[in-house]
Each structure stands twice: as C-alpha cells, then as structure tokens.
Design a protein around this ligand. Structure first.
Ligand SMILES: CC(C)(COP(=O)(O)OP(=O)(O)OC[C@H]1O[C@@H](n2cnc3c(N)ncnc32)[C@H](O)[C@@H]1OP(=O)(O)O)[C@@H](O)C(=O)NCCC(=O)NCCS
Length: 161
C-alpha cells in the first residue's frame, strides 16, 4: 500500500521542493518569482501534496473576477499514476465548487496525461490558442468546467469567498 497522502495549503517554505519538481516536469518551468506571486494572491488556492513530509505534487489555481484559472499542476515523475493529481483536484473542487462556478485552463495539445485527467473531472474542450507555447509554438487546448447550478449565486459566493 502507498504511504498516506497529505494535502494542505502550499507555503513559501515549500517552494524549493516545488521548483525541483517543476523544472523536471515542464520544458518552460515557472520561475520562483511566479510561484511567489501566485502565493501572495489572497483569493487563490495553492495546494501541496506530501508523502512522508516530502512534497510530491502541487497545484496553483487563481481567481480572476468570478472564474477560477487552473494555472499549474504537477506531480513528481517517480510517483505518477498513483492518484496524486486526482487528490489535489478533488481538494480544489471541495474548497471552491459552488453552484454555477466556472474553471478554465490551457493545456498543450500533446499532453496525453493531463487532458484525460481534466476530462475525468468534467473539463470540456472549448477551442485552441494557436502557437500559445513559445518554446515550440504548440497550440494550447482551452478547457472549461462548469458546476451545475445558478450562475448569479456563484458570482455572489465567489465575491465573498
Ligand atoms: C498530468 C499529471 C499532473 C498527472 O498526475 P498524476 O498524479 O500522475 O495523475 P493521476 O494518477 O491522478 O491520474 C488520474 C487519471 O489521469 C489520467 N492520466 C494520468 N496520467 C496519464 C498518462 N500518462 N496517460 C494517460 N492518462 C493519464 C488517467 O485517466 C488517470 O487515471 P488512471 O491512472 O486510473 O488511468 C502528471 O503527469 C504531471 O505532472 N505531468 C507533467 C506536468 C504537466 O503536464 N502538468 C499539466 C499541465 S496543464
């Protein structure tokens, strides 16, 4: 059985471990400054997944107006397909889901791991941003997830969350 997974808020002290995973996970990794900026936003939700006290994955989600933007999610490459990203997303939605709430994200069209993961949570494709990724000019797939329910109630809830 895999050791237990702990999910908690991401902190500044976690960032050295996060950066190490980030650099291995992405061709154009976020800088430390980008993580610091996201952590400084009071309306965002940033989560860490830990095993035996060590960071094994993380997620960054920002709110712009009433829409949640899933900005970053990654898992240590030695521990993939063990449900860590799933656990992070479940925690995010437990915290942020309200009737009518909306989430969006961009993902590389070639990302055969992330796209099925997002689809499992109800994200649907909603077009492409052509040449969005500067390193190889790859297109981004834009995905949206909307929680069933009343949009106006969601806007009010988001404004007070
Ligand atoms: C995408 C990523 C975060 C998934 O993390 P993970 O912890 O391995 O994901 P999970 O174990 O929770 O997978 C849940 C489901 O997603 C899908 N999935 C995940 N990895 C997959 C893969 N390599 N191929 C196909 N489907 C995959 C499957 O449906 C999987 O369920 P299953 O294992 O029961 O078949 C991880 O591969 C990663 O860090 N990739 C590099 C960074 C990245 O691309 N982030 C997304 C940027 S938009």
């Amino acid at each position: 059985m895999s050791p237990q997974l702990e999910i908690r808020r991401l902190t500044y002290a976690d960032l050295p471990q996060v950066i190490a995973i980030e650099r291995r996970a992405f061709p154009t990794p976020w800088s430390l400054a980008m993580f610091v900026l996201e952590l400084s936003k009071p309306s965002g939700i940033c989560l860490a997944a830990l095993r035996n006290g060590r960071i094994v994955g993380y997620l960054v989600c920002s709110r712009y107006d009433t829409v949640w933007h899933l900005m970053n999610v990654a898992v240590d490459e030695r521990l993939r397909r063990e449900g860590i990203a799933t656990a992070l997303l479940e925690h995010l939605f437990e915290r942020a889901d309200r009737p009518g709430a909306q989430y969006t994200l961009e993902v590389r069209l070639s990302n055969d791991a992330a796209i099925p993961l997002y689809e499992r949570f109800g994200f649907q494709s909603a077009g492409l941003r052509r040449g969005y990724y500067h390193d190889n000019k790859e297109d981004a797939l834009i995905m949206w997830r909307t929680v069933a329910g009343d949009r106006e109630a969601a806007d009010e809830a988001a404004a007070t969350a």
